[in-house]
Ligand binder design. Sequence first.
Ligand code: C2E
Ligand code: CA
Ligand code: CA
Length: 694
Amino acid sequence: MLQGSYNSLLVLFSLLVAVLAAYTSLEMAGRIVTAQGRAARLWLAGGAFAMGLGVWSMHFIGMLAFSLPIRLGYDPVITLLSLSIAVASSAFALWLVCQNDLPARRLTGGAVLMGLGVAGMHYTGMAAMQMEPGIVYDMPRFVLSIAIAMAASGVALKTAFSLRHNSRRTRPLRAGGAIVMGLGVAGMHYTGMWAASFPDGSLCIAATDGVNSAWVAVVIIVVTLAVTAVALTISVFEDLRLETENATLTRSLAQANQELGYLALHDALTKLPNRVLLEARLAQALASVDSEGGRFAVMFMDLDGFKVVNDAYGHHVGDRLLVQVAQRLASVVRAQDTLARVGGDEFVLLVPGGDVAGVTAAADRVLSAISASFDVEGHDLRISTSIGIAMCPTDGATVHDALTHADAAMYHAKSLGRNAFCFFDTSMNENLQGQLQLTQDLRAAIERRQLVLHYQPQFAAPDGPITGVEALVRWAHPTRGLIGPDEFIPLAEKTGLIVPIGEWVLDEACRQIREWLDTDAREWSIAVNLSPVQFSHPQLTALVRETLARHRVAPRYLTIEVTESAAMRNVDESLRILQSLHEMGVRISIDDFGTGYSSLMYLKRLPASELKIDRGFVRELAHDAEDAAIVSSVVALGHTLGIDIVAEGVETATQKEFLTRLGCNSLQGFLLGRPVPASDLDTSARPYPQASLS
Ligand code: C2E
Ligand code: CA
Ligand code: CA
């Protein structure tokens, strides 16, 4: 037998390469699990190549470390075949450990297959020497080497599987695992070599090609180191990239959270603190005066005339106006005050320090800041604000009481004629209680049949006959007597009660039309007022149609009055509703014309049959040349559009003559007839009944 010998340096290298290959495979397994889709497949392919190449170079360097007294060489084709066996088993191993689970049976099968692969690579590589005569293998050692290959594979698979998820702890563990695996693979190799013996006189056929084995060793070592180094470097960079990505993600998440936190406590439009933050500050302030004494003021501000601007110019202008209001308010408050927006056009100011003079000065500053005109997108807008002030803790020791009482004081300021401030007083609380009581009573009023309709006649100008009547609702309150609509319609609108009330008015009016037709053959039309709240109700058209049908009333007997600002609120939607009412045959009348801001040209788009000039204009007519000019141009425009003009609030004979001369078609007012119950119309409805008295 030929006596083999080993180059110990190369043996050492082969061990190192084995460990490196093992480490690479563990690292790759971690990558594949982290990546997804195409990236995972690329990592599997690249990883299998790096790992296969590593395992194979370990083997090949081991071969090069071995020498016999004869020249040795390796057939390149068979050598490449052994390399591909190594890559294929590596691919299989990597694929196996990246599955979701690795039950014992699969692990065993995998270890057997992979062990066979490694052994296959080794013995194919041996065959590349093409010894003549063939290598003689010692059977037990041969079997042992395969067993070692399988055992090493089993350990490798198990280690790779349990360390496949990347974390801080896995790298050192992988290094340890790699040493064990590397020793296993090398052990298999050297056991295999130990099993082999070369008969005396053997020839290495492959050696005839004359490849210098030292060079081959260097090239293989360099290539292997390069490939594994590249794989590991990419892997580490990938980790860094993931880490920065994670850090960026965490940072933007934190930022988003911060913004959400800000949004939760601030109003998106004006950027002022919102109700939530205000209540928190208010609670804080209350707690502090509770423990340390002292007082502070809660100022509740509600803009006067904001709704009109919003209705007339649209939400966009309304929003811009609110932003400007917020800026002006912010410019007059002090740093220690809290200014918040708590509702559409409602703001609250917390003023620490309880001296009435200081609070009064603050309120004055706010009033004058808001009453100066605003320039919003070229519109010159004038509004004002009403302020209610609660001095805490006297006027409110809880958040709820403080705000409710400031609110009550604000309503009082409004009732004083707006653009004013008012300190809370316990009597206002009674007002508040009164309002609550009123709401409850109003709710019951419909069922208790306490609502009544009065009718005010409209006359063909100048002296009749009666062309129709306007229905005006009243509330026959059991204890307070007859209450006018101005006192309960706003409340009804706020509470939504206007919807059932409006239904009742419509029904009652139609019933009355029927009655007049039946008993007196009187063909009077009735005008019914519609609140903006009802006007935005989707079932309005259906309600009108059903009510008319129920009383068998032709639509031409009914006129619907909507105010100019209600019709302009949501022009397209309004047009749709008005159009369908118009098509039904119901007359449309634009009420209070001239008080809104709408362009006269809008009129062209409205399917209106009638236009009621607001009594404010009528009142000023005689003194104000400008008003007269406006009325006359409205009349002229109305006539070109085929719209009838009604003047309301006619109180004097002068007004009557003037309006007739301007060309108004109909007149309505105390001069000609007050609103009265239907039964009284007979006597008051003669042609110019009261005009003859005056
Ligand atoms: P409006 O639609 O402008 O109704 C005309 C108001 O002017 C009536 O007041 C009427 O009594 C009053 N008036 C009539 N002639 C004269 C006059 O020569 N001089 C003066 N100074 N006033 C005159 P009323 O009945 O108090 O109604 C007030 C408002 O309440 C109405 O204004 C209308 O907007 C609303 N309203 C009345 N009834 C209803 C209803 O059934 N539904 C709805 N939604 N609103 C109603
Ligand atoms: Ca009206
Ligand atoms: Ca009116």
